[in-house]
Design a protein around this ligand. Structure first.
Ligand SMILES: NC(=O)c1ccc[n+]([C@@H]2O[C@H](COP(=O)([O-])OP(=O)(O)OC[C@H]3O[C@@H](n4cnc5c(N)ncnc54)[C@H](OP(=O)(O)O)[C@@H]3O)[C@@H](O)[C@H]2O)c1
Length: 428
């Protein structure tokens, strides 16, 4: 048993959070930036007009002059930088989503403290836009002075609500406007219960030769799996008692590998019961690999699909922007699939080793939670050991972030009341 608080389950919930009144003050200057998608440019023009109507000034800076950003912001006394994105379909391809991330990061790199960064999307649930929340969470640690926020509007929200959002300067950093009603994200505990072992059938694991992939394969074998297909770029022989173990060697992000994985799992008419996607820590393998699996299973969706994400996407983490954003894409992808009636669940795993934010868990502890995670019916569940008192002492500024404030202000529940059942369970 690891020392420290019990591991628990976490998630994000959205609460109605009306804006506070706009504080009185001088007219402000806002710098509006876009990634040059025509829809984004149109939104910037509409916002500029609405800001002018409210008495503020909207500024623009051509893409070629981005090198002058810091000086421009200081000279023009810009209160906030607003980055507006285009239509959701423009970011559906993972490469386009990654380009967007790089564009935003190049703005972040040039901004000094004292100016707030607002990312404005109209995502319609598109993972290639929703994943920007992972960047906001990472920036809360790495660039707290930016007070980065993500504001997602629906098509029915008027541009005036965005003007009020900017001018009121509310501390929420993940905001959704739906039919002109404002919601803000809060980190919450998620009670989990129940769950059933895997049972006979076929299972496929990408990253199946890695640490988590192997540990998950053992759980599935203990639970009665008939066949387990392991995928990695460099596979080796693996034996699991009583299980038909098949290796599919290849890069899951390359065309055809996911199809081979599915074909190997369903050979001899076996039913594909579950998929675990855990191929290392890079954007391409995670994100493009998930897209390939999505396409390869279009006609034969599995009963369940687990995607291993990280607590970096849910809580943020210092110095882990790459993991937070790729994993936030997986989280958003799971929600996107569910909105289409397809199975998908991400697990935002906390760390297994020493970490500045969270206490480490053992692999055994973490994997115990899988049946309950799947039974929850939620798109994403965080499993981590969060010592709220330690985190609040180490990162006091987090307690002022509404996203964290409720949880970090809460006493740790007693260990006798675990969020996750402790009876021996095999796996999902
Ligand atoms: N370990 C942790 O503390 C931790 C915590 C939270 C979340 N996670 C998440 O859990 C996942 C796995 O972690 P891990 O510790 O098991 O990592 P790992 O031991 O490095 O295993 C990753 C496996 O993925 C395979 N892989 C990499 N790229 C691939 C590709 N393009 N196609 C197919 N297979 C590929 C690798 O094998 P090849 O190189 O041979 O392909 C490797 O066997 C990661 O997504 C990580 O973000 C881990």
């Amino acid at each position: 048993m690891s020392p420290g608080p019990a591991y628990r389950s976490f998630g994000t919930s959205w609460i109605e959070a009306p804006l506070p009144p706009v504080p009185p003050g001088e007219p402000a200057s806002w710098l509006l930036l876009t990634d040059e998608h025509p829809v984004a440019l149109g939104r910037a023009v509409a916002l500029a007009l609405a800001l002018a109507e409210a008495g503020d000034e909207a500024l623009s800076l051509p893409q070629d002059d981005l090198g002058e950003l810091a000086a421009f912001v200081a000279e023009r006394r810009v209160r906030g930088v607003v980055f507006l994105t285009g239509a959701p379909h423009a970011y559906h391809d993972p490469e386009d989503a990654q380009d967007l991330l790089l564009s935003v990061l190049s703005v972040v790199a040039r901004l000094g403290p004292g100016v707030r960064l607002h990312l404005v999307t109209q995502s319609s649930g598109e993972p290639g836009l929703v994943f920007l929340r992972g960047l906001v969470r990472a920036l809360a640690f790495d660039r707290p002075g930016l007070r980065a926020s993500l504001v997602d509007c629906d098509a029915r929200s008027e541009v005036e609500v965005l003007v009020r959002e900017l001018r009121s300067d509310a501390p929420d950093d993940e905001v959704r406007w739906r039919h002109d009603v404002r919601y803000a994200a809060r980190l919450t505990r998620v009670p989990l219960a129940g769950g059933v072992p895997a049972g006979p059938g076929a299972y496929a694991i990408t990253g199946g030769f890695g640490v988590l992939g192997q540990a998950t394969a053992r759980r599935l074998a203990d639970g009665g799996a008939t066949r387990i297909v392991l995928c990695g770029r460099h596979g080796g022989p693996v034996a699991l008692p009583g299980v038909d173990v098949v290796a599919v060697t290849g890069d899951i992000a390359e065309p055809g590998v996911a199809e081979r994985l599915v074909a190997a799992a369903t050979a001899d008419g076996l039913r594909l019961r579950g998929i675990v996607h855990t191929p290392g820590s890079r954007w391409r393998a995670k994100v493009l690999g998930a897209c390939r699996l999505h396409e390869a299973t279009a006609d034969t969706p599995p009963d369940w699909w687990l995607l291993y994400s990280s607590s970096a996407a849910l809580f943020g983490a210092p110095g882990r922007t790459a993991a937070a954003t790729a994993d936030a894409w997986l989280d958003a992808f799971a929600a996107w699939r569910r909105s289409r009636g397809l199975p998908a669940t991400t697990v935002n795993w906390g760390p297994w080793t020493a970490d500045p934010l969270l206490d480490p868990m053992t692999l055994t502890e973490g994997l115990e939670a899988l049946p309950a995670v799947l039974a929850s019916g939620l798109p994403s569940v965080g499993i981590a050991r969060l010592d709220t008192a330690r985190v609040a002492a180490r990162y006091p500024e987090l307690t002022r972030r509404p996203f964290f404030s409720a949880l970090l202000g809460e006493p740790e529940p007693p260990d006798s009341d675990p969020a996750i059942p402790r009876r021996p369970v095999n796996h999902a």
